[in-house]
Design a protein. Sequence first.
Lengths: 260, 200
Amino acid sequence: MVNCDQAKEYMAVSWRESRNDGALTEHLAGCAECFAEHSTLGVIWARLGDIPVPEPSLAMNRRFQSALTALSSEAAPAVEQHWRWADLWPRNPVWQTGIAAACLVLGLAAGANWPHQDKEIAVLRDEVASTRELVALSLLRQESATGRLQGVEYSGRMKTMEPEVVNALVQAIERDSSVNVRLAAIDALGRVSRSEGVVRALTGSLGNQESPMVQVALIDYFADAHDRAAAGAIRQLSQRADVNPAVVERSRVALRELSQ
Amino acid sequence: MTTAATGAGYDPQIDHQLMILVARGNLKAMSEIYEHRHRSLFRFFFRLTGRQGASEDLVHEVFLRMIRYRHTYEGASGFEAWMYRIARNALTDSAKRHRLESPADEGQMEQVASGRPTQLESMMKEQELALLHKAMRALPEDKRELLVLSRFQGLSYEEIGRIVGCETGTVKVRVFRAVKAMGQIFCQLRAGQLHEEKTW
Ligand SMILES: [Zn+2]
């Protein structure tokens, strides 16, 4: 049986998880004080969720993206520089003031030119898309299978997949050391791309797959893609002496579907 | 459990992997982390400061600090704990500079709440919300922080313990005390309001 102090810890958990532990229920049944506290404070906990919070402004996002762009170019491997921007800054204070004033005027003019924002946002969007691709590719090249698995999962969330990402997934199916990564990659590709080129590449890899699970996943992929070009590879695999009976069975179904 | 924090169902492990990429010099990966995290960080700061502009500045600061300190990222205690530790430091530094500890104005809360239907019932609800908001602002800073972390940021008590540097059991007790203090302040404020209405 828990005491009142312990009951307080249980209460903190019960508000979060919206359910009472058996030990807490038992204590509350015998302790009027804790019972009252638990229910009134539970209401406060719930009502906190009603306090509204605004959305951050778009300006915040723009500010961060431009800072990131500036930092990225700074962090990029330095190209041999023979001169520095600072060298362009005049030594004469009169010129310094003049340039500063010109910059201010230009800055104001740029600020007044509002429609430019749309263009800016479009460029930003493109940049984010290419960043996603870059991130997906980097994740797919991780050393750990867990990391690569996350890369596959991440790629699978893309609405449209760049050819580089499709290639990386095809390569993962062909030669990743982890069966789980291969399976996840087949699943991710199945959701996005069943193009002829991809089917052809995967048809070539079917015969090299050792894992019956991967074999079945690929056969399902071909059946869903309805590409008859894959029929030959499926038939070849199912006729192999060492192949798993479940794979043979699945091949038979897929071949029937493909011939229809 | 932590997926609630991001609001988009993102696996915190993905941000961990992305942060490893950033630590290795791929700063572009930070753009993705930003996508996943900027809203929940903004809400965290807004709930603590009650100020939109200051919260946006703090979000910006946290991401810049994550880039600046990227080499120190090990991820042993998870990405979230690391990020929130940076967020807390940024807030403390900013409070030192701007004396944010003084109660923030409530104008922003009213701005957020306005634009709702103005029937009597919703007016009363708004009044209650304004009181809750006031009570939140009146709460001592450490209690408010614990309440925000546990109630809104989708963090487990274990994770909060790693962020604030104490045992899970202690976190639970402190969360209980924070809710209790919140309840007491709220009741006092409401009693004061009822008293005002009667005398009026
Ligand atoms: Zn009790």
